[in-house]
Design a protein around this ligand. Structure first.
Ligand code: MOS
Length: 736
């Protein structure tokens, strides 16, 4: 096979033409079933915990039982004598802080295990079965010395610091918000709080580590970003990057918790190296809660000032979050507030209270998912103070260009989403707060805008056309349940005119071209562009082989058509063709303001006797550039809206403020919404193309459905019963 050439594009300029618009193959955007579906439902898709090896050793992690202090000694004699126990490893100094995005490797501390949170991994016990390893781990005798520790957000709030981050601006101000607030005829000055949350992916974190003869490591894990995860793992183990391969083909949900490596990966790797045997480490559910990442709690001080006709003159969104001492990462609560509404005077700030709790990291639309609660509930409060319709208030403040940077929006249809949603949902039926009662139930409707930043991340992919006319797409991109396998196959199919069932997808392996993986809603656009660019090159090669201009070529159903001839693609590719596509963000990122938009609508019943809230129906209307698969896109939004119900009503991590222990650390006690909580959800997309975003004209969609869903529910609750709860989740005790 000839060497594949690379088609590289940096998004410095708009890219108006897209081969996807020709619609010749007719597969792009169609709601086709997931190509990986049959493998998943038949059990043929191998997840991280399912890899088997002949001499496999099972490892079980041991987590610290104190929140701050150090390990004094580990008495392992009893555990070592247990039948089936092979060994244990406790020298984890070099990686005790490795976890998640924002986590850093701490310098070795000479055999002293500094403990900074309950559940921090201090050992892995190795045995010939999972059950023995677990039993032994639970009996391991670890002696600790407690010291210090900050566990109570309210008690330590005065110690808040500006996150020491260069990469992201934690504090941004414009104009004079205090003066604008003082001068405004109508204003809102309120504080919203949201609790810590857990991603709660169904699949627990799991790794199987296998060392190869040449000293390299293969780790079968469940990771969202294998390319950067392999780098993190190499760092933690003191290896060269090219010595670590991560295989992460199927992932049972990530929601941010699998963006960065979690401790089981390093533990399995260190143990496997020591034993010279493959080691599998699967986290128990409680360990996932305690030792991966949480979303920080937030305290959102909202200030809105407006003229009497509803024009915003000031927007303040000043946030207090929490993270481990010294950590850079902060929940970017105000990220959507930068772009959403007009208003001259602005303050959007983030400070972190250092706490010895689970590391804070990215979870399900970090920023907007919780930030929209403060902003969109405060907008509802402002609409009421103005005696104005909440949608009219938003539309009058829908800016013509980015309200902070002097650049145009790449594409934006917020007002269109608001109007279309109002029409479909029956917004004109809305009554004043507390006015609609059906028996015991007070019924109300509410809405909120949706915004999620759009990001393009450097990614690459290889596409091969084989001599038989079939094709293979390979990349270190992942599918975390989102539909990547399917949409990438659709893009290749549409450009190459090769039916989807003749395209083999190979994702989730760092031996293939590097990619940014799945996170931040950038996966489809980034990897989709890489696949597109590879196919564009292949299309040119087919044209050359056929002797026609690329413009005059039509590729459809496995045939190349042009110059009044139709030739099977298989006859034009010789020994096979391959090309690599490579996309990089460029100047368009600075020259345009890029985000996906939408509007959420909710109808709820609040029981007048018990305070119970039932969501009755929801509608989300979204714009996210080109929709690549109408079915998987809808499913993404349904999932996001479901998590919005969770944020509004049920999800709350509770830490014991005396010692940092996580009180509710499983899915029985940490309540993600279940079927009984989720009514009919409707999703509607408004057609859009974004030529500034990337060559496939798609924008981020994966997390858009959650951004604004919770405040729509909260605003509906207020409309139902006239009680404004500012402390989330809105549990029934707060409504009575
Ligand atoms: Mo997402 S929280 O960036 O996986």
């Amino acid at each position: 096979m000839p060497n594949g050439e690379t088609n590289s594009l940096t998004m410095d300029a708009p890219h108006p033409d897209s081969l996807l618009d020709s619609g010749v193959q007719g597969v792009i955007s169609r709601p086709i079933d997931r190509v990986d579906g049959p493998k998943k439902v038949s059990g043929a898709a191998t997840y991280a915990a399912e890899y088997q090896f002949d001499d496999l050793v099972y490892g079980f992690l041991v987590g610290a039982t104190i929140g701050a202090g150090k390990v004094v000694s580990i008495d392992d004699a009893a555990v070592r004598s247990m039948p089936g126990v092979i060994d244990l490893v406790t020298d984890f100094d070099t990686f005790i802080r490795v976890a998640a995005q924002g986590g850093e490797t701490e310098a070795p501390t000479q055999g002293v295990k500094q403990i900074t949170f309950v559940g921090q991994v201090v050992a892995i016990v190795l045995a010939d079965s999972y059950e023995v390893a677990r039993d032994a781990a639970m009996q391991l005798n670890v002696a600790y010395e407690r010291s210090g520790g900050a566990f109570d957000f309210d008690k330590h709030r005065e110690e808040a610091v500006e996150p020491p981050s260069d990469a992201t601006e934690a504090h941004s101000t414009q104009g004079d918000i205090d003066a604008a607030m003082a001068a405004a005829p109508v204003k809102i000055d309120v504080t919203y709080t949201t609790p810590s949350q857990n991603s709660a992916a169904m699949e627990p974190h799991a790794s199987t580590a296998v060392w190869e003869e040449d000293g390299s490591l293969t780790l079968y894990g469940a990771y969202q970003m294998p390319t950067s995860d392999a780098q993190q793992l190499a760092d933690a183990l003191g290896l060269d990057e090219d010595k670590v391969r991560i295989v992460s083909r199927y992932i049972g949900g990530g929601f941010g918790s699998k963006l960065g490596i979690a401790p089981e990966s390093v533990a399995a790797a260190v143990a496997a190296r020591k034993l010279g045997r493959p080691v599998k480490a699967v986290m128990a559910r409680q360990q996932v809660f305690e030792a991966t990442v949480r979303r920080s709690n937030t305290e959102q001080h909202m200030r809105l000032a407006a003229t009497r006709d509803g024009r915003l003159t000031a927007i303040g969104h000043d946030n207090l979050c929490s993270n481990q001492p010294g950590e850079d990462y902060f929940e970017p609560v105000g990220i959507g507030t930068h772009k959403l509404y007009a208003g001259e005077n602005r303050s959007i700030t983030h400070d972190n209270v250092p706490l010895n709790l689970v590391l804070s990291g990215s979870m399900r639309a970090p920023g907007e998912a919780v930030g929209m609660i403060g902003l969109e509930c405060a907008m509802d409060e402002l609409a009421e103070a103005l005696e104005m319709d909440p949608i009219a208030l938003r539309k009058i403040n829908d800016p013509a260009q980015d309200p902070e940077k002097d650049v145009p929006f790449s594409s934006r249809q917020l007002s269109q989403c608001l109007d279309e949603g109002a029409r479909r949902f029956g917004w004109d039926q809305r009554q004043p707060a507390g006015a609609r009662r059906e028996g015991e139930w007070l019924v109300g409707i509410g809405m909120a805008s949706a915004i999620r930043s759009n990001m393009l991340m450097e990614s690459s992919a290889k596409v091969e056309i084989h001599p038989d006319g079939t094709a293979t797409v390979s990349s270190a991109m992942t599918d975390i349940g989102t539909g990547s396998y399917t949409i990438l196959a659709q893009i290749a199919s549409e450009v190459l005119g090769i039916p989807v069932d003749r395209i083999t997808m190979a994702l989730g392996d760092t031996k293939d071209p590097p990619a940014a993986g799945s996170g931040g809603s950038w996966g489809a656009a980034s990897s989709g562009s890489a696949v597109y660019l590879a196919c564009e090159t292949l299309r040119g090669k087919i044209a050359t082989a056929m002797g026609v201009e690329a413009d005059a070529l039509t590729l459809k159903d496995g045939a190349a058509i042009g110059d009044n001839r139709s030739v099977p693609i298989a006859e034009l590719v010789g020994q096979g063709l391959e090309a690599v596509g490579h996309i990089k963000p460029g100047k368009q990122e600075e020259l345009t303001s890029q985000a996906s938009y939408g509007a959420h609508f909710a109808e709820v019943g609040v029981n007048a006797v018990t305070g119970e809230v039932r969501v009755r129906r929801m509608l989300g209307v979204f714009t996210a550039g080109r929709i690549l698969n109408a079915k998987t896109a809808r499913s993404q939004c349904l999932g996001g809206m479901t998590f919005g119900i969770g944020a509004a009503l049920t999800e709350e991590l509770i830490h014991d403020t005396r010692n940092g222990k996580l009180v509710n650390r499983d899915l029985a006690e940490y309540h993600v919404p279940v079927n009984a909580d989720v009514p009919q959800l409707d999703v509607h997309f408004i057609d859009e193309r974004d030529v500034h975003a990337n060559p496939i004209h798609a924008k981020g969609l994966g997390e858009l459905g959650i951004c604004g869903a919770a405040p729509a529910v909260a605003n509906a609750i207020y409309n139902a019963c006239g009680v404004r709860v500012r402390d989330f989740p809105i549990t029934l005790d707060k409504l009575l």
